[in-house]
Each structure stands twice: as C-alpha cells, then as structure tokens.
Design a binder for this molecule. Structure first.
Ligand code: HEC
Ligand code: HEC
Ligand code: HEC
Ligand code: HEC
Ligand code: HEC
Ligand code: HEC
Ligand code: HEC
Ligand code: HEC
Ligand code: HEC
Ligand code: HEC
Ligand code: HEC
Length: 309
C-alpha cells in the first residue's frame, strides 16, 4: 500500500495481519488511489456505474449504507442505474410507463410522485386509472364505460364536464336519479317516461314539448299548459268527468250548453251531454221523435285546436 504514514497507524505490534486502516489524514476524493481492488477493496462487479469519487457516496467507516449524491446525474439517465439491479427499480405494481423516472420522480424520495400527463395518449387513462395503479372511479361514480377523458381533464377530477354525445336515448334515468346526477325534484310532474321524452340534454328548463302516446289525448295546441289537463301534476289524469272518459266531455261536460244542441224541432227535444260527449258531428236535427228523418245535418264539430267552442 502506498503510504507515508507510520507503520503503527495500521499495524499493531503483535501481527502484520489484519491491518486496521486509519482514514484520518485521507484527502477527500483520493479514495480510489487505494480502493482500486488490488491495494484496497474496490468496486464490486455489479457496482452502480459511476466515475465519481467513492466519497461522493461512501463514508470511510463502512461501505453500507451508501448515500448517493445525485448532483451530477444527467436528466433522463435515471434508468441506467434504477433498473432494479444496480439501484432501486420500479416495483411490480408500478404505474405502467416507459417514461424516464424523472418525469414523475425527484431524486430525494420516490414518494410522492408527481405525475406528468404530457405524453399520455387520449383515451388511455383507464390503463392507469383503474383504482390500483392510480386513482380509479369511486363506488358512486356515474355509471359509464366511456374513457375518463370524455369527462375529465388531467389536472383535476373536479369539475367533470359531462358529454352526452354517446348517451343512449331512453337511458337518462340510469344517471339522473338524484344521486349519480341531477334527478327529479319532489314537485316534479309524476311520470314513468324517460327524461328525454320531455327534456333535451342541454338544459332542464324549459322542458321541450311532449308528444303524447295515449290516443285519449286530443291535440289542443300549445296554448293549453300540461297542468290545464294534468291538474294533479301526474301523467295518470284525474278526469273531471270520468263517466265520459276518454271523450271531450270527460273534461268539458260542464261547458255543454243544451240550448244550441236541438235534437227534435217539434216537440222540442235537446241532446244530452252523454249523447254528444265526443263533440263529433252526430248532432243531427230530426223531423220528429221517431228519429227517422233528418231535417238538418250540422257539420263543423268543435275542434280542440280552433280556439273556442
Ligand atoms: C495506511 C495503512 C498502512 C500503513 C501506514 C502500513 N501498512 Fe503495512 N499493510 C497494510 C495493509 C492493509 C496490509 C495488508 C493486510 C492484509 O492483507 O490483511 C499491510 C500489509 C503489510 C505487510 C504484509 C503482511 C502479510 O503477511 O502479507 C507488511 C510486512 C507490512 N504491511 C509492513 C508495514 C510496515 C513496515 C509499515 C511502516 C513502514 C507499514 N506496513 C505501514 C496497511 C498499512
Ligand atoms: C491510503 C489508502 C487508502 C485511502 C486513500 C483510502 N482508504 Fe479506505 N481503506 C484503506 C484500507 C487499507 C482499508 C482496510 C482494508 C480494506 O477494507 O480494503 C480501508 C477500508 C475502508 C473502508 C471499510 C471500512 C470497514 O470498517 O469496513 C471504507 C468504507 C473505506 N476504506 C472508505 C474509504 C473512503 C471513502 C476513502 C476516501 C475518502 C478512503 N477509504 C480512502 C485504504 C485507504
Ligand atoms: C455514485 C455513488 C457511488 C460511488 C461514487 C461509489 N459507490 Fe460504491 N456503492 C454505491 C451504492 C449505492 C452501493 C450499494 C450500497 C448498498 O447495497 O446498500 C455501493 C456499494 C459498494 C460496495 C459493496 C458494499 C457491500 O458490502 O455490498 C463497495 C465495496 C463499494 N461500493 C465500493 C466503492 C468504491 C471503492 C468506490 C470508488 C472507487 C465507490 N464504491 C464509489 C454507490 C457508490
Ligand atoms: C449513477 C447511478 C444513478 C443514477 C444515474 C441515478 N440514481 Fe438515483 N440513486 C442511485 C443510488 C445508488 C441510490 C441509493 C440506493 C438506492 O436507492 O437504490 C439512489 C437513490 C435514489 C432515490 C432514493 C432517495 C432516498 O433517499 O430514498 C431516488 C428517489 C432516486 N435515486 C432518484 C433518481 C432519479 C430521479 C434519477 C434521475 C434523475 C436518478 N435517481 C439517477 C443511483 C443513481
Ligand atoms: C409516469 C410517472 C412515473 C414514472 C415515469 C415513473 N414512476 Fe415510479 N411511481 C409513480 C407513481 C405515481 C408512484 C406511486 C407513488 C405513491 O404511491 O405515492 C410511483 C412509485 C414508485 C416507487 C415505489 C415508491 C414506494 O415507496 O412505494 C418506486 C421505487 C418507483 N416509482 C420507481 C420508479 C423508477 C425506477 C422509474 C423509472 C425507471 C419510475 N418510477 C418511473 C410514477 C412514475
Ligand atoms: C401512465 C399512467 C397514467 C395515465 C395513462 C393517466 N394517468 Fe392520470 N395520473 C397518473 C398518476 C400516477 C397520477 C397521480 C396519482 C393518482 O392520483 O393516482 C395521476 C393523477 C391524475 C389526476 C389527479 C390530478 C390531481 O392533481 O389531483 C387526474 C385528474 C388524472 N390523473 C387524469 C387523467 C386523465 C384524464 C388521463 C387520460 C387522458 C390520465 N390521467 C392518464 C397516472 C396516469
Ligand atoms: C361520462 C362522464 C364521466 C366519465 C367517462 C368518467 N367520469 Fe369520473 N366523474 C364524472 C362526474 C360527473 C363526476 C362528479 C364530479 C363532481 O362531483 O363534481 C366524476 C367524479 C369522479 C371522481 C371523484 C372526484 C371527487 O373528488 O369526488 C373520480 C376519482 C373520477 N370521477 C374518476 C374517473 C375515472 C378514473 C374515470 C375513467 C376510468 C372516469 N372518472 C370517467 C364523470 C365521468
Ligand atoms: C352516464 C350518465 C348520464 C346519462 C346516461 C345522462 N346524463 Fe345527463 N348528465 C350527467 C351528468 C354527470 C351531468 C352533469 C351533472 C349534473 O347535472 O347532475 C348531466 C347533466 C345533464 C343536464 C344539465 C345540463 C346543464 O348544463 O345544466 C341535462 C339537461 C341532462 N343531463 C339531460 C340528460 C338527458 C335528457 C339524458 C338522456 C338522453 C341524459 N342526461 C343522460 C350524466 C348523464
Ligand atoms: C312527461 C314529461 C317529463 C318527463 C318525462 C321528465 N320531465 Fe322533468 N320536467 C318536466 C316539466 C314540464 C318541467 C317544468 C319545465 C318548465 O318549467 O319549463 C320539468 C322540470 C324539470 C327540472 C327542473 C325543475 C325541477 O323540478 O327541479 C328538472 C331538474 C327535471 N325536470 C328533471 C327531470 C329528470 C331527471 C327526468 C327523468 C328522470 C325528467 N325530468 C323527466 C317534464 C318532464
Ligand atoms: C288537452 C289535455 C292535455 C294536455 C294539455 C296535456 N296532456 Fe298529457 N295527457 C292527456 C290525456 C288525456 C292523457 C291520457 C290519460 C289517460 O290515459 O288516462 C295524457 C297522458 C300523458 C302522459 C302519459 C303517457 C302518454 O303519453 O299517454 C304523460 C307523460 C303526459 N300526458 C304528459 C304531458 C305533458 C308533459 C304535458 C305538457 C307538455 C301534457 N301531458 C299536456 C291530456 C293532456
Ligand atoms: C283531458 C281533458 C280534455 C279533453 C279530453 C279535451 N279537452 Fe279541450 N280543453 C281542455 C282544457 C284543460 C282546455 C283549456 C282550459 C279550458 O278552456 O277549459 C281545453 C280547451 C279546449 C278548447 C278551447 C276552449 C276555449 O274556451 O277557448 C276547445 C275548443 C276544446 N278544448 C275542445 C275539445 C274537444 C273538441 C275535445 C274532444 C275532441 C276536447 N277538447 C277534449 C281539456 C280537455
């Protein structure tokens, strides 16, 4: 060993071996003059690849633990050491990525990782955001199989911007149940029909005009509000005159004026509301009460869209 120090800095008087080296006067950065594998212990075959002085990472009292100084590490070169052999590598459950470690990690600690989404491919979010690798959907999440980024940005989960583009017509209530997404208020019109029978996806108010299914509905034009007929705010109509349902008189019996509805001129006989309940032109005037000869045939039955009786 090349040394100018006194023999007894390293040797006891009883035997030359083992020698105990005293590092007291050793100049920083000079370690490799001895620690070259022949003079004194050198780097192992699997050693971290580095040309730095031993004391950039090692103290003189023990090789382990090594404290790695990342000062002169080139950005993006992390994986040359951090491959799981030379130095700590990715864990088995690691976020799947081929990016350089330092796009997410600092050199001082692996946690917390700061994920940079810059090179993330659109639509690929769920490869990581599955609840294991990275944050996934919550249990109460909007039921959807769409890619996360159809509703979320990469900077924050909230607020989500919901896109209805691929929503299946008639499926609205799967989300719009008051929990997952806005639902009907307590005072909402009682109906079992799908939201989109009355609403667009852009705003709830005003509701778009409803197209009736029931043949009992008589088109009245837009002047009559839903509540005009649906006085109970329910699709199960409370017919004012149920005996005449589903005819016009089912709602309008109280408006029937017998006077103009002559059935027989002489002796004078008037129609009843029951006979004319459908307001359709069967309102003939007969010559006499044998009802065989029609003296006058009236046309022009009342029309719900004409504006008046
Ligand atoms: C800086 C520490 C250091 C100093 C100073 C030092 N030696 Fe050594 N010497 C060693 C080491 C290390 C070994 C190798 C011991 C081993 O193989 O276990 C060694 C080995 C030896 C051996 C060979 C022992 C053998 O059986 O192989 C002799 C002899 C020896 N030294 C003599 C001296 C003499 C004489 C001096 C003073 C003039 C001296 N040394 C100074 C560290 C030192
Ligand atoms: C003059 C030669 C010499 C220089 C310079 C030198 N060492 Fe040593 N060092 C030795 C010898 C000899 C030993 C004991 C034998 C061995 O472990 O190879 C030793 C042992 C060690 C050990 C093992 C200690 C133990 O108890 O396990 C460490 C760690 C070490 N040196 C680190 C360093 C560092 C760091 C430097 C630079 C600051 C350094 N050495 C500079 C000669 C030297
Ligand atoms: C860039 C940092 C760094 C530098 C520079 C460095 N080492 Fe290391 N060395 C390490 C790390 C990290 C380990 C592994 C430590 C562990 O397993 O805890 C290590 C392990 C070792 C070990 C094996 C310890 C064991 O018991 O497994 C030896 C011996 C060693 N280094 C010697 C050297 C020598 C000699 C030099 C200088 C010529 C050197 N190292 C330079 C980081 C470094
Ligand atoms: C020359 C090899 C080498 C390079 C290049 C390298 N490291 Fe390291 N790094 C180490 C060694 C050795 C350790 C300590 C042993 C270990 O943790 O495996 C370490 C430790 C770490 C630690 C743990 C720190 C702690 O205190 O827990 C982090 C984090 C780290 N490195 C990040 C990075 C990042 C990020 C890069 C790229 C910018 C990088 N390293 C480049 C060798 C290297
Ligand atoms: C795309 C971002 C990203 C990249 C690139 C990346 N990581 Fe990670 N890494 C993470 C995230 C996120 C975690 C989890 C952090 C947490 O649990 O807080 C993690 C965790 C780790 C952990 C476990 C920390 C612990 O204590 O549980 C290690 C080790 C690690 N990464 C090493 C690496 C290495 C080595 C590389 C490069 C080869 C790398 N990572 C590349 C994002 C990344
Ligand atoms: C390579 C894996 C990966 C991919 C792909 C990915 N992310 Fe991430 N994302 C992460 C990691 C890791 C984090 C940080 C840890 C966490 O929040 O789980 C994160 C965090 C987030 C956060 C939380 C941000 C914050 O600061 O709170 C949002 C939002 C996010 N990602 C959205 C997305 C979206 C949208 C996509 C698809 C365009 C996407 N991510 C693709 C890994 C990924
Ligand atoms: C169809 C749109 C849509 C899709 C697709 C979607 N989300 Fe969401 N997500 C939402 C809405 C809406 C919220 C509620 C936002 C709010 O409360 O402001 C939400 C909330 C979240 C939250 C909770 C945020 C918090 O802090 O409460 C997380 C986490 C989340 N989504 C993750 C995901 C992940 C991961 C994916 C992909 C696998 C995904 N989402 C796909 C619409 C969507
Ligand atoms: C996959 C879940 C989902 C489905 C299916 C769905 N929506 Fe939505 N919708 C949302 C979310 C999430 C929002 C935003 C949060 C909220 O308003 O509750 C939203 C918002 C709305 C809004 C409010 C828009 C605004 O900007 O004020 C309307 C209106 C709407 N939806 C109508 C519909 C209609 C109509 C359908 C059926 C064709 C439908 N939605 C199907 C999830 C859904
Ligand atoms: C048969 C028609 C119809 C159906 C089906 C319907 N709505 Fe409505 N909704 C209305 C009418 C009418 C209004 C009052 C609109 C106005 O004032 O312009 C309304 C108002 C609303 C409003 C705003 C006022 C309030 O009550 O909070 C919301 C929110 C709403 N509806 C949600 C829904 C949801 C969610 C569904 C499906 C689960 C649904 N609606 C189904 C007719 C309907
Ligand atoms: C001129 C009277 C009238 C008006 C105005 C009216 N409805 Fe109706 N509606 C009916 C009748 C009659 C029925 C069938 C009731 C029955 O079968 O007992 C009905 C049935 C319904 C039903 C059950 C499903 C169907 O289509 O048969 C819904 C839902 C409904 N109406 C919603 C509305 C809404 C929403 C409005 C306002 C946009 C509205 N209605 C306006 C008379 C009306
Ligand atoms: C489900 C109840 C309902 C039925 C059935 C119904 N209507 Fe109506 N109708 C209304 C309501 C409500 C209005 C508006 C309020 C009012 O004038 O009583 C109205 C208004 C009218 C008007 C305008 C009245 C005016 O004074 O301006 C005419 C005309 C009319 N209906 C004709 C008919 C005819 C003809 C039929 C049968 C073919 C019919 N309605 C069936 C509920 C009904």
């Amino acid at each position: 060993m090349p040394t100018t120090q006194a023999c007894d800095t390293c040797h006891r008087t009883t035997a030359w071996k083992p020698a105990t080296f005293n590092h007291a006067g050793v100049a920083p950065g000079s370690c490799a003059t001895c620690h070259n594998g022949s003079t004194a212990t050198g780097k192992t075959a699997t050693h971290v690849p580095t040309t730095q002085a031993c004391d950039a990472c090692h103290r003189t009292t023990a090789w382990k633990p090594a404290t790695f100084n990342h000062a002169s590490v080139a950005p993006g070169s992390c994986a040359t050491c951090h491959n799981g052999t030379t130095a700590t590598g990715k864990t088995a459950a690691h976020v799947p990525t081929t990016l350089a470690c330092d796009s997410c990690h600092r050199t001082t600690a692996w946690k917390p990782a700061t994920f940079s989404h810059t090179s993330v491919a659109p639509g690929s979010c769920a490869t990581c955001h599955n609840g294991t690798t990275a944050t996934g959907k919550t249990a109460a999440h909007v039921p959807t199989t769409l890619a996360c980024d159809s509703c979320h940005r990469t900077t924050a989960w909230k607020p989500a911007t919901f896109s209805h583009t691929s929503v299946v017509p008639g499926s609205c209530a799967t989300c719009h149940n008051g929990t997952t997404a806005t639902g009907k208020s307590a005072s909402h019109f009682v109906t079992t029909r799908s939201c989109d029978a009355c609403h667009s996806t852009t705003k709830w108010i005003p509701a778009t005009t409803y197209s009736h299914l029931s043949p009992f509905y008589k088109q009245h034009g837009s002047k009559v509000a839903c509540a005009g007929c649906h006085t109970n705010k329910n699709e199960q109509l409370a017919w004012p005159f149920p005996a005449y349902k589903p005819d016009c008189a089912g709602c309008h019996a109280s408006k029937f004026k017998p006077g103009p509805h002559t059935k027989v001129d002489s002796p004078k006989l008037l129609y009843t509301v029951a006979e004319l309940k459908d307001c359709a032109g069967s309102c003939h005037i007969y010559k006499n009460n044998t009802f065989t000869t029609i003296s006058k045939q009236r046309t022009g039955e009342h029309r719900a869209t004409s504006g008046g009786f």
